[in-house]
Ligand binder design. Structure first.
Ligand SMILES: Nc1ncnc2c1ncn2[C@@H]1O[C@H](COP(=O)(O)OP(=O)(O)O)[C@@H](O)[C@H]1O
Ligand SMILES: [Mg+2]
Length: 287
């Protein structure tokens, strides 16, 4: 006959077991509810855009430009490498490019990867010099350029509020909050570590910083790579409302068609400008 454990002992071990189970549950729920205090990999907790009303985006109005043409490129050639030490194959990346950006331009730039779109932007901004031809910054206007590396360079452990205050120390806390609100960064999001925000939310923080100077020209170099559909739609609306000029480089046909009224096609070093998207696609991709 097997000996039975006494009843009090059974009860004691049962209560000890349930107590340790409760402790385990408590620890687990605490570690899940307090993710923000731990330096966890930011990709683990991604907040999605939950409130469609809160994701509006408004670019500040630009100062009134004095001239209709902002930037003019005439017969520009470009190859990477310096004038003394040209690129090894000596081939031109851009050939005889002429184009202009006006105060209310809505330009969509198309071209295969490596065609020279980002290089053309650098030329237009005066960051690099053409080997031949001329680029004139006619109206000396303020410009803002958005590229993916701006989002990648955000400090993921700083909050949007800290990030904005660091860049614009002259703004009060409340002014920073109000300004972020224009970009749909509202409520708790303002004081959350950037690593917990979605790609779209991080992009909006960058948009807020880039456009604080009230640029007359906004250049978006492949902005949709990490944006969700809602943010793309919000960005389209913001561009439509913006009173300055926009140059948009993208492979996203929906985005290009919704925003642009002129298309720049960069193919084999040549720039062709057309007003119709179907023509632009044919010129660029042959379809
Ligand atoms: N800083 C640089 N130095 C040398 N070559 C570069 C540099 N930046 C881009 N290139 C080269 O110029 C070509 C066009 O690049 P880019 O303008 O970035 O193309 P796209 O934006 O159309 O994809 C590519 O072959 C690229 O490798
Ligand atoms: Mg590029």
């Amino acid at each position: 006959m097997r000996a039975r454990a006494p009843l009090p002992l059974v009860l004691l071990s049962l209560s000890l077991f349930s107590l340790s189970f409760l402790c385990l549950c408590l620890c687990l729920s605490l570690s899940l509810s307090l993710p923000f205090s731990y330096p966890l990999p930011p990709s683990v907790f991604i907040l999605q855009d939950v409130d469609p009303d809160a994701i509006r985006l408004k670019f500040p109005d630009p100062e009134k430009a004095k001239k209709n043409i902002l930037i003019q490129a005439s017969n520009v050639d470009y190859r990477w490498g310096s004038k003394d030490k040209p690129a090894e194959d000596g081939k031109l990346l851009l050939k005889d490019v002429s184009a202009q950006i006006e105060i209310q331009s809505r330009i969509g730039m198309l071209g295969a990867n490596g065609a020279g779109k980002s290089t053309l932007i650098k030329l237009l901004l005066g960051e690099i010099e053409p080997v031949k031809g001329e680029i004139r910054n006619v109206a000396s206007c303020r410009k803002a350029v958005f590229a993916q590396h701006h989002v990648d360079q955000l400090d993921l452990y700083a909050t949007p509020l800290d990030t904005l205050r660091l860049k614009f120390p002259e703004l009060s806390l409340q002014e920073c909050r109000n300004y972020l609100g224009q970009f749909g960064i509202t409520g708790d999001m303002v004081t959350m570590q950037m690593g917990f925000l979605s790609g779209g939310q991080k992009s909006r923080v960058v948009f807020s910083m880039l456009t604080k100077s009230q640029p007359s020209l906004i250049i978006l170099d492949e902005p949709t790579n990490h944006l969700d559909m809602e943010t793309i739609d919000v960005l389209i609306d913001a561009i439509k409302e913006f009173k300055g000029a926009v140059v948009l480089v993208s492979h996203d046909q929906y985005f290009l068609k919704s925003v642009a009224t002129d298309y720049w096609c960069v193919v084999d070093g040549k720039l062709t400008s057309v007003p119709d998207f179907t023509d632009a696609k044919k010129i660029t991709y042959g379809v």
